[in-house]
Design a protein around this ligand. Structure first.
Ligand SMILES: Cc1ncc(COP(=O)(O)O)c(C=O)c1O
Length: 486
């Protein structure tokens, strides 16, 4: 196949040929990803050095581009869509979702206004409505799809700032005003850093956020929250939002949202719930309790791109006060005015341009069906339970946090070592496991202790993957000597 000219990019025939080839390549990858190491063997700068420093002046042949992809780019990737990716939150770009992405890219529609893509707007309403009903949020919550939970939480907290409407922040801003008290957002010490980043972005500063201690199950201590809010009010600080987490990053603990809602109700504070990871688990009867009290939240985020088999990026922000979110963001210049009375999704966040993300979520919900999703979530939880049992059965290992869903946090703890050496030993263990590139794990700190996490969330992960990992973990841990603790 010869190179095309720059003006046509690619002929329809060539697109068909390479499209088929790439679908074959993707199907081959998905049919057996274990052929590939989950982690690349590259040092910083290796990939860049292997690529030309400048873009080509003339069109290049697809064969050459794909050869470089396979030779240089692919081996330099950490494979997130891999059954042995067990780090951070393990995720799945499932086949139906991947096909949804193909349509989104092909049509390249932009659902900024209803009029710029009516079906994309309404499919977003439909798909987020289905998900809302499936996880048991009341129908008063309206959903909008953003790129990430970080954006969704930022937008929710911007709405919270707007909810304190007497401060007139939309009109007057924050800078240079002596009539605005210090504003405060509260979250637990286990909350995700996206909450802190939102506070920074919204001009509240690091002093604008208070981390509330967590209890021994890593849940927000609500009496400490209550005391912090009362103290702040007495000191003239204005509480504007509390962020509760359903499924924290380190341990997947679940904050007591109903009790947090009591505090928020008493002082009329916006309650945002970060259910980015665990939200979909509320589809399971045995896990419905995790969203208890969330009907009283003002907003909630959950990420289909985490534990709902939808390729990144897809984060749903729900709110039962969409008019406040809109008040925070809506700004319509002349060139975006339309005559149609309809919901324009650009009004509910910072981004004007909006990818057609609803299509892949809709494909996933339909192709799996809610029952298919429930089966997959239960299987992940079942495998995680097995892993937990294996760890608990070994006296020189310990589970460091209650396991709520499909994440296990643990450490190797041979007798006779001080805490600092145990930390270093576990850091060495993690390094050894990852150096092998067969499995990818990540770590955290829990109550000061270094913890290794195993996160299960990829549809291709099987119990025998975990059995092999566990065998490696035990052998590697017990082979480590004090010389490994550099
Ligand atoms: C609990 C929680 N909230 C928010 C986020 C941020 O997610 P995103 O990458 O979509 O911004 C994460 C990321 O892992 C998370 O664990």
């Amino acid at each position: 196949m010869t190179a095309t000219t720059a003006s046509d990019g690619m002929s329809p025939e060539e697109f068909r040929e390479y499209g088929h080839r790439l679908i074959d390549w993707a199907a081959d990858y998905l049919s057996d990803p274990r052929r590939f190491p989950v982690l690349p063997d590259v040092a910083p700068g290796d990939v860049r050095a292997a690529l030309p420093t400048h873009a080509p002046e003339e069109p290049e042949a697809m064969d050459d581009i794909l050869r470089d992809f396979e030779r240089i780019v692919f081996p330099g990737l950490t494979l997130w869509n891999h059954p042995r990716f067990l780090a951070y939150f393990s995720i799945t770009g499932s086949a139906p979702g991947i096909l949804g992405e193909l349509i989104a890219a092909t049509l390249n529609v932009n659902a900024m206004l209803w009029a710029t893509s009516p079906a994309a707007t309404e499919l977003e309403e439909v798909a987020t409505g289905w998900l809302r009903d499936a996880i048991g949020l009341p129908a008063t919550f309206e959903g909008v799809i953003n790129d990430t939970a970080s954006s969704s939480t930022l937008y929710a907290l911007a709405a919270a700032r707007e909810y304190a409407h007497d401060l007139r922040i939309r009109e007057e801003g924050l800078a240079g005003r002596s009539d605005v008290p210090r504003l405060r957002i509260y979250c637990s010490e286990e909350a995700h850093s996206s909450v802190d980043k939102a506070a920074l972005t919204l001009g509240l500063g690091r002093a604008g956020i208070r981390h509330i201690p967590a209890d021994d199950r890593f849940r927000m201590d609500v009496s400490a929250l209550d005391a912090a809010v009362r103290q702040d009010l007495a000191d003239g600080v204005r509480p504007i939002a509390v962020v509760g987490t359903v499924g924290t990053t380190s341990t997947t603990s679940v904050d007591p949202i109903a009790e947090i809602a009591d505090v928020c109700d008493e002082h009329d504070i916006w309650l945002h719930v970060d259910a980015a990871y665990a939200g979909p688990a509320a589809m399971l009867d045995e896990k419905k309790w995790i969203l208890n009290g969330c009907d009283r939240a003002h907003s909630l985020v959950t990420n289909p791109h985490k534990w709902l088999f939808t390729p990144a990026d897809c984060s749903v922000l729900y709110t039962r006060l969409p008019e406040v979110l809109k008040q925070a963001f809506s700004l319509v210049p002349e060139y975006l005015t339309t005559t149609t009375e309809a919901r324009n999704l650009m009004d509910y966040g910072n981004a004007l341009g909006r990818r057609f993300r609803a299509i892949k979520l809709w494909f996933v919900l339909r192709r799996f069906g809610l029952e298919g999703i429930r089966r997959a979530l239960r299987e992940h939880i079942r495998i995680a339970e097995r892993v937990e049992e294996w760890i608990r059965a070994e006296p020189d290992f310990e589970v460091l946090a209650p396991r709520e869903f499909s994440v296990v946090a643990f450490r190797y703890r041979p007798a006779g070592l001080d805490e600092e050496s145990v930390d270093r030993l576990n850091a060495a263990l993690l390094r050894r496991i990852n150096e092998d590139r067969t499995f990818y794990l990540s770590h955290t700190r829990l109550k000061g202790q270094y913890a290794i996490r195993i996160a299960i969330g990829n549809l291709m992960t099987r119990e025998d993957d975990l059995a092999e990992l566990w065998s490696r973990l035990k052998t590697t841990a017990r082979s480590l000597g004090l010389g490994d603790l550099e």
